[in-house]
Structure formats: structure tokens, C-alpha cells
Design a protein around this ligand. Structure first.
Ligand code: HEM
Length: 321
């Protein structure tokens, strides 16, 4: 009888341990994911990002955008990093990314350094994108936040989904709201995450319609931009998305309030609609912008991650293992 009790206790104990172990492999994302397996992973990512940003401040903007364009296409799974092959329809060739998305070499470098310091490929490319986005924002004077980790990498990519899901600069407010809603993000996320346009540049082809045909634009601002972006040609000429493209600040929102949003989709956030109030609030309160931006970045990083044994940890971010 006593023996029986010990056996049944043991089997109960073992099944409990087993179920906890199974559950913990599927806990979802959490900040300490690499703490034991590779404590040097995060400092290494930060070091490479800081070096890249010191070489070229715009790289911080480009890395932040890569994470966004990854998450909006079937979740944050590094699908944007896969190169074209006979079986991979690379997202790099989708309209919003072609001749536009950049920073892939920096991600390659991070992956190389991280795998070296960890001694084996344990850090996913999707997590590298997420951490690099945060470290870029910090390097350019923005807020910091605890990045949740444990994403795995996709084995597929979809150019079609990238074309369909990444928002276009020609969208009006209802279309932008719907686009974000489809990703589980609300109007506040839309406004605050658009604040990422406090960094970086856009090409003439993305703002030409706005500077030649829109009426909700400051006339002097439009005429200055017409010198950079003629009606024909100069497709890739760059204009900054706000007056301080290398600093994470509230000037993007200041611009919107004075009808100096560069993209049509930027000005749509302050154009007499329901998001006007929030734009004005962020313009007047950097702390609130920083806090809400951090919160929404965590929310965006939570879009459909691959966890547990779904997907894989790639050896090379550009290729499926
Ligand atoms: C709300 C809808 C959005 C639209 C329509 C949009 C569109 C664009 C466009 C057209 C460009 C210029 C690309 C080029 O000319 O090559 C751009 C640049 C950029 N976008 Fe967005 N974007 C949106 C939201 C976001 C979000 C949510 C983030 C990040 C959280 C982001 C981060 C950036 C950054 C940092 C740049 C500058 C990149 C660089 O200089 O390399 N954007 N965006």
C-alpha cells in the first residue's frame, strides 16, 4: 500500500514536471529568453547597432522600419529577410520594400557576431530585428523598453502579403485605421507608431502627389520640396521625414500641426479628423509620446510570433536552413 502511494506520488510528480516543462517551452515571448542560453546576445546586438548608427545615423531609421515591415506581413518572423529563390517569393521585391528597405547588411553582421559570441545559432533573426529596432531608437535619443523575446524565424515569405499589408503613403485616415486594425493595432497605435517618422527619409516618388496636388500643405514647405522633387524624374531624391531626421523627438508632430507632414499618410493624421487631438497632445508632451511609443512597439512586436517548435532559428537570416 505504502509502496503504491510512493509510485503514484512519483508518477503524479513526474507528469506535473513534464507538463510544466512543455508549457514553459510555449510560454510565449518574455524578456529573459536568452538570459541563460546566451547572456551576451543583447549587449552584442546593441554594440553592432551603435557602431552602424555612428557610421550613418540614417541606419537607425532603416532598422526600425525593417522591424515594422517584418511584423505587418504574417507576424514578426523575419520573413522580410529571406532572399529570392525558386521557392521563396522574396518580400524584398514587394512595392513598399523594393529600392527602399535597407539595413540587411547590418542584420547579417549582427547575426554573425551574435552566433559567434553565443557559440551556436540560438538567437532568431526575428528577435534580432526586434532588438535592433529598440537599440536604434535609443541610439537616436528615443525611449527604451524591455523587448519580449523568443520569436522564431519563418520558413516562408510572401511578396503578395507584403504588397497587401504594408500601408501605402497614399492612404487616407480610414484606410490607415483599417490597415492597423487588421494587425490588432488601434488608432492610438497608428498615431504613435507613425511618430517613427521622426527619423529618416523618403523618396520623391512617395511624396510627389502630395506636393503638387494636395491643399492641406504649407505652401512654402511644398515649394521647397518641389526643388528636390520635380514633376518628372528624380524618383529617388530624398527629403527628411521631419526637420531632425537623425533625432528621435516630437518634431514630426510639430510638422503635422503646421501642415508640414511629408507623406499624405502623415498629414492624414492631422487633417480635421479624430486623431487630431492625439497629434496635438504628442506635440506638446514628449514624455507621453515616448511612453506610448514604447508601449505600442511592444504591442507591434507581439504580432503573430512563431514560438515553441514552430518555425526555426535560421543559421543565415537570408536563407531557410
Ligand atoms: C502609418 C503608415 C505608414 C506608412 C504609409 C509609411 C510609409 C513610409 C514611406 C513611404 C517611407 C519612405 C520610404 C522610401 O521613400 O524609400 C517611410 C519611411 C520610414 N518609415 Fe514609415 N510608414 C508608416 C508607418 C511606419 C511605422 C509604424 C514605422 C515604425 C514603427 C515606420 C518607420 C519608418 C522609418 C523609420 C522610415 C525612414 C526609413 C529610412 O530612412 O531608411 N513607418 N515610411
Amino acid at each position: 500500500m505504502k509502496k503504491m502511494n510512493i509510485i503514484s506520488f512519483l508518477s503524479l510528480f513526474l507528469s506535473l514536471v513534464f507538463s510544466i516543462a512543455t508549457a514553459s517551452s510555449d510560454l510565449g515571448l518574455y524578456p529573459g529568453y536568452y538570459d541563460r542560453v546566451c547572456p551576451e546576445a543583447l549587449p552584442t546586438i546593441k554594440r553592432v547597432v551603435e557602431y552602424a548608427v555612428a557610421q550613418e545615423r540614417r541606419m537607425g531609421a532603416s532598422l526600425l522600419r525593417l522591424h515594422f515591415h517584418d511584423c505587418f506581413v504574417n507576424g514578426c518572423d523575419a520573413s522580410i529577410l529571406l532572399d529570392q529563390t525558386s521557392t521563396i517569393d522574396s518580400e524584398k521585391n514587394a512595392a513598399p520594400n523594393a529600392n527602399s528597405a535597407r539595413g540587411f547588411e547590418v542584420i547579417d553582421k549582427i547575426k554573425l557576431e551574435v552566433d559567434k559570441v553565443c557559440g551556436r545559432p540560438v538567437v532568431s533573426c526575428a528577435d534580432i530585428l526586434t532588438v535592433a529596432a529598440r537599440d536604434s531608437v535609443v541610439a537616436l535619443g528615443g525611449p527604451s523598453w524591455n523587448v519580449k523575446l523568443g520569436r522564431r524565424d519563418s520558413t516562408t515569405a510572401s511578396r503578395t502579403a507584403a504588397d497587401a499589408n504594408i500601408p501605402s503613403p497614399f492612404m487616407d485616415l480610414p484606410a490607415l485605421i483599417k490597415n492597423f486594425q487588421d494587425q490588432g493595432l488601434d488608432e492610438e497605435d497608428l498615431v504613435v507608431l507613425s511618430g517613427a517618422h521622426t527619423l529618416g527619409f523618403a523618396q520623391c516618388r512617395t511624396f510627389r502627389d502630395r506636393i503638387y496636388s494636395d491643399t492641406n500643405i504649407d505652401p512654402a514647405f511644398a515649394s521647397h520640396l518641389r526643388t528636390i522633387c520635380p514633376q518628372v524624374g528624380s524618383e529617388s531624391s530624398l527629403a527628411p521625414l521631419d526637420p531632425t531626421p537623425g533625432s528621435f523627438d516630437v518634431k514630426y508632430f510639430t510638422d503635422l500641426v503646421s501642415k508640414k507632414g511629408l507623406l499624405r499618410s502623415d498629414q492624414a493624421l492631422f487633417n480635421g479628423g479624430k486623431t487630431d487631438e492625439l497629434v496635438s497632445e504628442y506635440n506638446g508632451d514628449q514624455n507621453e509620446f515616448f511612453e506610448d511609443f514604447a508601449e505600442s512597439m511592444i504591442k507591434m512586436g507581439d504580432i503573430k510570433p512563431l514560438t515553441g517548435n514552430r518555425g526555426q532559428v535560421r543559421n543565415n537570416c537570408r536563407k531557410v536552413n
